[in-house]
Design a protein around this ligand. Structure first.
Ligand code: COA
Length: 257
């Protein structure tokens, strides 16, 4: 699946994957997930790539999964592009650096949990509205968020699905550093350049050891969340939420129990 909505470039040992669909707030469709998954997988076997960088645009990282795809081309199982992407990013052996400006919604937040360094603009906002959409959290977030911040703070983010600021993301421990918006890409790129000249095998080993105690459980959680997510897409609650988004109205869940 080829798409120019993900721009990919290798320079100075860094593979940069740029999400580029500004007219849809960088919503990720199937072809984009596949391109991201392919890029991440190819980085692992390409010796010229020492670091991976993921970024979006100046005012939007990504608004998450394309909601129209949820209706017209929902993910069906482990081979779906979204699951390939989640497995590739969560099991990547090389370091991943994220540069985040503007909106980060849904998988735009949960993918950061798999990045090693995440540089974020002071105007960025975050939201994980999975429950609000009648769905369930994904990308291993039900394991990783409580591990990072404890159950109560993770539950607040996931059960209420409210928008939160870069300051809150930093204080909760899910990003590395807040920068002025205009400096985010340069800061992330400089850090990636620093990583690119570190000894590659030692870097890979350190990353592997950092994740060693929870890696098997992470894979299992991503698979279980994925199964539940696919089932939830067929629920009346999700149907109401998705229709409400298309019709630009508030959803009404009062008739479901
Ligand atoms: N999937 C599909 N299309 C999306 C999208 C998404 N996740 N996010 C934005 N878009 C589209 C809008 O439908 C709109 O398309 P149109 O111009 O053809 O009508 C365009 O992008 C601009 O979005 P708009 O809603 O007008 O911008 P906004 O600044 O008012 O709001 C968001 C931006 C991201 C807050 C809002 O679009 C939104 O809530 N999107 C859904 C986010 C979401 O729930 N993601 C999934 C998480 S699992």
């Amino acid at each position: 699946m080829n798409t120019d909505l993900i721009q990919s470039e290798i320079s100075d040992g860094i593979l940069t994957l740029r999400i580029n669909r500004p007219d849809k707030k960088n919503a990720l469709n199937m072809a984009m997930y596949q391109a991201l998954a392919d890029g991440l997988k190819s980085a692992d076997s390409n010796d010229t790539v020492r670091v991976i960088m993921i970024c979006g645009g100046e005012d939007c990282f990504t608004s998450g999964n394309d909601l129209t795809d949820f209706l017209s081309a929902p993910p069906t199982g482990p081979e779906s592009p979204v699951m390939q992407f989640l497995m590739a990013i969560s099991e990547a052996r090389k370091p991943i650096v994220a540069a985040v400006n503007g909106l980060a919604v849904g998988v735009g937040v949960t993918m950061l949990l798999h990045c090693d360094l995440a540089y974020v603009g002071n105007g960025a906002t975050f939201q994980m509205p999975f429950v609000n959409l009648g769905l369930c959290p994904e990308a291993g977030s039900t394991l990783l968020l409580p591990r990072i911040m404890g159950h109560q703070r993770a539950a607040e983010l996931l059960l209420l699905g409210e928008v939160f600021t870069a300051d809150k993301a930093y204080s909760l421990g899910i990003i590395t550093k807040i920068c002025p918006d205009k400096d985010v890409f340069a800061t992330a790129r400089n850090r990636a350049l620093q990583l690119a000249v570190q000894p590659a095998a030692a870097l890979r080993l350190a990353k592997d050891l950092l994740k060693r105690d929870y890696a098997p459980q992470l894979r299992e959680t991503i698979v279980e969340e994925g199964k539940q997510f696919v089932a939830r897409l067929k629920s009346p609650e999700a149907a109401e939420a998705l229709q409400a988004f298309m019709q630009r109205r508030k959803p009404d869940f009062s008739k479901f129990s």
